[in-house]
Each structure stands twice: as structure tokens, then as C-alpha cells.
Write a protein that binds this ligand. Structure first.
Ligand SMILES: Nc1ncnc2c1ncn2[C@@H]1O[C@H](COP(=O)(O)OP(=O)(O)OP(=O)(O)O)[C@@H](O)[C@H]1O
Ligand SMILES: [Mg+2]
Length: 275
């Protein structure tokens, strides 16, 4: 579904991603952890085509994102869920979800906001999946923060994408609401076979909801494993010890000697030089 090899990205002389290797399967809920500035959003922005990587390979649903594509083409593959949901407050919930279809309808239809009956039915189904079918006609600004985030998820589902990227989707929510939002996101995407990459700052949510967790430190993957493997040493690698030069090639070489899904402490990786 997502296939990334040796992905590199710099902003000027700020080398942010130093050679990321990552595969994500259909229906997999992958949580990405890392300190602020580790490069999590930069990686998501590469996967949704907003950032142009400097090198490596990047494929989503068979589409080669190292080549240029139209937003319309990309929106058939990748949907985003944002921290601040990016909904239009004065539109109805239904219309906000329907905007997820704009990439699929023709240009004229999208300008006139003309949707087919099938799109309307799909929007209702997506709202049902997030438990908000009864709010379809409500003005979006009248919803709570958690409900708005669920509308954001419904809008992403309405794109019928292969992949959903969620950048800190619950950062502004209380813990109970946050859990409920993550639950809806996980269940809907699992049932629909959509791969999810979800950036989080809360380790406990990562453990609870992730099928798999990856840790990014200074633009390098320093952990890739199951929630049960995320122990103190792994957390240390993600949040404290991320020496420049502990490259992924070395990490992969070392990981190949470990069981699949086991984590790799950075300290066992041989430094391979900086970016
Ligand atoms: N558009 C940009 N132009 C220049 N530098 C950028 C841009 N976006 C991000 N950066 C830089 O890239 C680095 C990684 O930023 P990024 O936003 O990917 O981190 P992050 O892991 O998502 O952090 P956070 O947890 O705070 O969201 C930072 O040094 C940041 O300043
Ligand atoms: Mg970020």
C-alpha cells in the first residue's frame, strides 16, 4: 500500500529526513512517535504529495509519488485528517463530508458542488461509520470538537482512499474524546482496508491503538515494532538517545538478525555517517 525506500528530504541545509524505509499494509494502523521536529509531519507531507522528496522511492497504492501528479489523482489515493479538522464551519456536516468527493467528480460538477446520488449515499454511510448519521443536516459549527474530528474522518473516508494520514488528530481533545475518535478511525479504516499513518505525541494512545509503532528521531527511524515491544529502551531511543549517524541502513542490517517486528535499540546500530 505504502512503499518507501531511502526517502530523503531537506529544507535548505536543514536535513530533515535521512533515508526512511517504510512499508504499510492495507488495513494497518501505524502510529508514528517522535519528538517535536523529528520529521513526522514532513514525512506525512511527502506521502500526501505536498512535499517533494529529494531522493529515494515513494509509492502509494502503486502510484509513484516521485513523479508529479495532479491533486485530483492524489486525492484518490491519500486522504488527510488534520489536528484542527479543517472543516467549513458554516456548512452542514453532510456538505463537509461531500467535499471529500470533490476530487472524484468532474471540474464543473465540483465548481457547482453538484454531487451524484451515489455520493450522497456514500456521505451518509461515512457519517454512520463515525456515529454521526443523525447530525448530517446540522451546521458543523454547532458540533463539539470531538464530533468535528469525526466529521473530518468521515470526509477522509468519503474520498475512498487507499491511505489516510492523520497528523496529531487528537491533540486538541480531552482523553475520553480522543480515545473515542481514535477508536472510530481505527475501526472504520480496518473494516475498509485503508492503511493509516497517524502521528501522535501520546505514547499511551500509540500502545492502545497502534497495530504497529514506528519511532522517528532526528529524521531517522529508530524503532519499528509492535506496541508490546515499546519498552523503556525503545522509548529512550525515540525520545532521548538519537545520535546523528545511526542510519537506517545499519538499523535494517541489524534488524534482519532480529525477529520480524522486534525493536531495535539505536545503540546496537553501527553509525553510517550523517546526511
Ligand atoms: N515548510 C518548511 N520549511 C522549512 N523548514 C521546515 C518546514 N516544515 C518543517 N520544517 C523543519 O523540518 C523539521 C521537522 O519538522 P516537522 O514539522 O516535520 O516535525 P514534527 O516531527 O512533525 O514535529 P511536531 O511534533 O512538533 O509536529 C523542523 O526542523 C522544522 O523546522
Ligand atoms: Mg508535526
Amino acid at each position: 500500500m505504502i512503499h518507501i525506500r531511502n526517502l530523503r528530504k531537506s529544507y535548505g541545509d536543514n536535513h530533515v529526513l535521512h533515508g526512511i524505509d517504510l512499508d504499510v499494509r492495507p488495513g494497518e494502523f501505524l502510529v508514528m512517535l517522535g519528538l517535536s521536529g523529528a520529521g513526522k509531519s514532513t514525512l506525512l507531507r511527502c506521502i500526501n504529495g505536498l512535499n517533494r522528496p529529494d531522493g529515494g522511492t515513494l509509492e502509494v497504492g502503486g502510484m509513484d509519488l516521485m513523479q508529479r501528479h495532479s491533486r485530483r489523482e492524489l486525492s484518490r489515493q491519500v486522504a488527510m485528517v488534520f489536528q484542527h479538522h479543517n472543516l467549513v464551519p458554516r456548512l452542514s456536516v453532510r456538505k463537509n463530508v461531500l467535499t471529500g468527493r470533490l476530487g472524484q467528480v468532474g471540474t464543473l460538477a465540483s465548481v457547482l458542488q453538484f454531487f451524484r446520488q451515489g455520493d450522497l449515499a456514500l456521505a451518509e454511510q461515512c457519517l454512520e461509520r463515525v456515529g454521526l448519521a443523525h447530525k448530517a443536516g446540522a451546521r458543523t459549527e454547532a458540533l463539539s470538537g470531538g464530533q468535528m474530528q469525526r466529521v473530518g474522518i468521515a470526509r477522509a473516508l468519503a474520498q475512498q482512499p487507499q491511505v489516510i494520514l492523520a497528523d496529531e488528530p487528537v491533540a486538541s481533545l480531552d482523553p475520553k474524546t480522543a480515545r473515542s475518535v481514535l477508536q472510530y478511525l481505527r475501526e472504520a479504516t480496518r473494516e475498509m482496508g485503508i492503511a493509516v499513518v497517524c502521528n501522535l505525541h501520546q505514547v499511551e494512545y500509540a500502545r492502545e491503538f497502534g497495530d504497529r509503532i514506528v519511532g522517528l528521531a532526528q529524521g531517522r527511524m529508530v524503532f519499528d515494532g509492535k506496541p508490546a515491544d515499546l519498552d523503556d529502551t525503545a522509548l529512550d531511543a525515540i525520545y532521548h538517545h538519537a545520535p546523528p549517524g545511526a542510519g537506517l541502513a545499519a538499523a535494517n542490517a541489524a534488524r534482519s538478525t532480529l525477529l520480524p517486528g522486534s525493536w531495535l535499540p539505536v545503540s546496537v546500530a553501527t553509525p553510517v555517517g550523517g546526511a
